[in-house]
Design a protein around this ligand. Structure first.
Ligand code: MRU
Length: 341
């Protein structure tokens, strides 16, 4: 049984430190936003919906802990904390979405005490709604999977990327729960190996058949007829593209070439209406993630590395977007326009 990825227990936030998996399952208890911000930057907490929850709880923590007596000073302190958390990772829109939901509740509360209460209530709601959302995504997506489905996925869009259940892996869990036979091919997902470490860990924990491949193996398996469909998550969906873990675009191109459906599973909170690919900042991470492996240097000193954490897949390569309200199909001319505060 996998514990919830992130939750509030009284005045503290508890989360699974995902950098330690699959070797160790360790829960961290965090009571300050600097620690939380560090956890987001280091990917102890990661995955778009989990980042939304972390952001929401971070703002709630700032509200609870503020010692300001004056309402304007209190609001200024909570807003500064929100900006600080927002700056931790740029690509997943859910982070800002979770932060802004709580910030709006604090601003609208009218007093410091009411602001604190509203912050905790809304942050808890963000976390609780996530499970229901994932289960709805799962139910809609499960219907798309054929019997004996052999599904390829990339990165981790599972329970560990949400409060529980998952988006892309939620589709797989829901299909299995509905009695379908599903086997998963998890791309290892260089350089931080979310597929090998996290997707494989959580599916194995649930007894769902999974194998891990190097990212470069995906095209070859498609060519050999070993993949029926691709299901991935998303960090942001603009009017023209899906942003997800680096390597996703490559799978979409290969899937199209081989006539394999390529599905994206994501909550409405991941949509960023009115924006296009060029408006989005793609996180670039440090050279050290690419230049070393298993504690050993893999790139010569003085040679640069490019380490984009995400890529953009144009919508014309996407066979369907599975949301909590149903499956969107091409040509995507009526994309949902969820209200982002
Ligand atoms: O850098 P990460 O591990 O936060 O990247 C996560 C992903 O790319 C996931 O696929 C995405 O956030 C969807 S999670 C439901």
């Amino acid at each position: 049984m996998i514990p919830r990825t992130i939750e509030r227990v009284d005045g503290a936030i508890r989360f699974i430190d995902q950098t330690l998996l699959p070797e160790r399952l360790e829960i961290v208890e965090c009571t300050d936003i600097e620690r939380l911000a560090g956890a987001i930057r280091r990917l102890e907490v990661r995955g778009a919906p989990a980042l939304g929850i972390a952001g929401a709880y971070g703002v709630a923590l700032a509200a609870i802990q503020s010692e300001e007596q004056d309402l304007d000073a209190f609001l200024a302190e909570v807003s500064a904390a929100a900006d600080y958390l927002r700056g931790t990772r740029p690509t997943a829109v859910n982070l800002g979405w979770g932060i802004d939901r709580v910030l709006a509740a604090v601003r609208g509360a009218g007093s410091i005490e009411a602001g604190r209460e509203a912050a905790v209530a809304v942050a808890d709601a963000v976390a609780e709604e996530d499970e229901e959302t994932c289960r709805r995504i799962g139910a809609h997506g499960a219907a798309l999977l054929p019997e004996n489905a052999r599904v390829l996925t990339h990165c981790n869009a599972g329970a560990l990327a949400c409060a529980t259940w998952g988006t892309a892996l939620g589709v797989i869990r829901s299909a299995v729960a509905a009695g379908k036979t599903v086997s998963v091919t998890a791309c290892e997902t260089r350089p931080l190996l979310q597929g090998a470490r996290l997707t494989a860990w959580e599916l194995a924990a649930d007894g769902i058949p999974v194998r891990v491949i190097t990212d470069a193996t995906a095209a070859f398996l498609m060519r050999r007829g070993e993949i029926d469909c691709v299901v991935v998550g998303a960090d942001r969906i603009t009017d023209d593209a899906v942003f997800n873990k680096i390597g996703t675009y490559m799978h979409a191109v290969c899937a199209r070439h081989h006539g394999i459906p390529f599905y994206v599973a994501a909550p409405l909170s991941t949509f960023d209406p009115g924006r296009s690919e060029t408006d989005v900042t793609i996180e670039e991470r440090g050279r050290e993630e690419v230049a070393a492996f298993n504690g050993k240097q893999t790139v010569p000193d003085g040679v640069g590395c490019t380490n984009y954490a995400f890529d953009a897949t144009p919508l014309d390569l996407v066979s369907g977007i599975i949301t909590e309200t149903g499956v969107l199909l091409p040509p995507y001319d009526s994309m949902p326009r969820p209200r982002h505060i």
